[in-house]
Ligand binder design. Structure first.
Ligand code: NAP
Length: 284
């Protein structure tokens, strides 16, 4: 039996990414204000990582959260990630404690292994198990894992007899990058693992895509909104666009209520073709 994936209850299916934040002192107050604005608008899901700005993005987020109120912590869903270089049993613990300290958030809702590194999965999983036991994380998961990685990860979970398994795989997924539809998304669905789509705007490119802009205009929305609505058209996917611009933060937030029709989805398939053929799901 696979360890059951912990069920994630996201406060919304759209959150705020923070890559490229916390990298320069000059931008700091603008970035803190932008995250504070996101909180005001209604964002509750935030994605960050120890890697981003070498802890700087976590500090930006932590500063913005100061005014939100400690008693309101349960409203938030905070995701951070450990670098593979820190993914030993003791390394995970130290890295997580440092992230929580920078964020000032008492615990993480979801802690991810940023990508597969040289460290054996057992070590990382033992570290995640310790963190769960100490109440420092609510769930754990992975990022940038393909099917083979997930199969090996599940084997490691089984061998350790963990009560709950990886709940989520955070993956590059947008109209311009649909590779995960080929096999990975299906595997995750079959194994009850949720998907968090990163770079859902193609790192900003989709907001300026002429074909997408034409379709979006016909619907009375922006290209960015259409790209984001597409990324969460299935209920088991959440999306985390990054913006440090208050207006764009509001614009992106509007996308979570946009439901695309069959005709629009077909037009998007024409513009951004899905992977050619789907391999049968590996029975693993
Ligand atoms: N697990 C991983 O390995 C991994 C890898 C990459 C990213 N991520 C996570 O996913 C998050 C999102 O991905 P991403 O930052 O790579 O790319 P993205 O969200 O696809 O795009 C962000 C870029 O788009 C711009 N933008 C945002 N909203 C816009 C709008 N409405 N109109 C026009 N431009 C807009 C932003 O600029 P402004 O800030 O100036 O608005 C920024 O340059 C990251 O921040 C990070 O938290 C995870």
């Amino acid at each position: 039996m696979n360890a059951p994936a912990g069920v994630l209850h996201f406060p919304a299916r759209l959150g705020l990414g923070t890559w490229m934040m916390g990298e320069s002192r000059a931008a700091r107050s603008r970035e803190v204000a932008a995250v504070a604005h996101a909180l005001q608008v209604g964002y509750r899901l935030f994605d960050t990582a120890e890697l981003y700005g070498d802890g700087g993005a976590e500090r930006v987020l932590g500063e913005a959260l100061l005014d939100f109120g400690r008693e309101r912590r349960p409203e938030l869903f905070i995701v951070s990630k450990v670098k593979p270089a820190h993914a030993s049993r003791s390394g995970v613990l130290a890295a997580c404690e440092a992230s929580i300290e920078r964020l000032g958030c008492a615990y993480l809702d979801l802690y991810l292994l940023h990508w597969r590194g040289p460290q054996g999965f057992n070590q990382t999983l033992q570290g995640f198990g310790d963190l769960l036991q100490r109440g420092l994380i609510r769930h754990f998961g992975v990022s940038n894992f393909d099917v083979e990685d997930l199969v090996r990860w599940r084997e490691a979970e089984r061998s350790l007899g963990l009560g709950a398994g990886a709940a989520c795989n955070q993956l590059y997924y947008c109209l311009q990058a649909r590779g995960i539809e080929y096999q990975l998304l299906g595997w995750q669905r079959a194994h009850g693992m949720q998907t968090m789509a990163y770079s859902p705007l193609g790192r900003g490119e989709l907001a300026h895509h002429p074909g997408l802009a034409r379709l979006a205009k016909a619907r009375g929305v922006s290209a960015a909104q259409m790209a984001l609505a597409w990324s969460i058209r299935d209920a088991d996917v959440v999306t985390i666009p990054k913006s440090a611009d208050p207006q764009r933060i509001e614009e992106n937030w509007g996308a979570r209520e946009l439901v695309l029709g069959m005709h629009e989805l077909a037009q998007l398939d024409q513009l951004f073709p899905p992977p050619r053929s789907k391999r049968p799901l590996a029975m693993v």
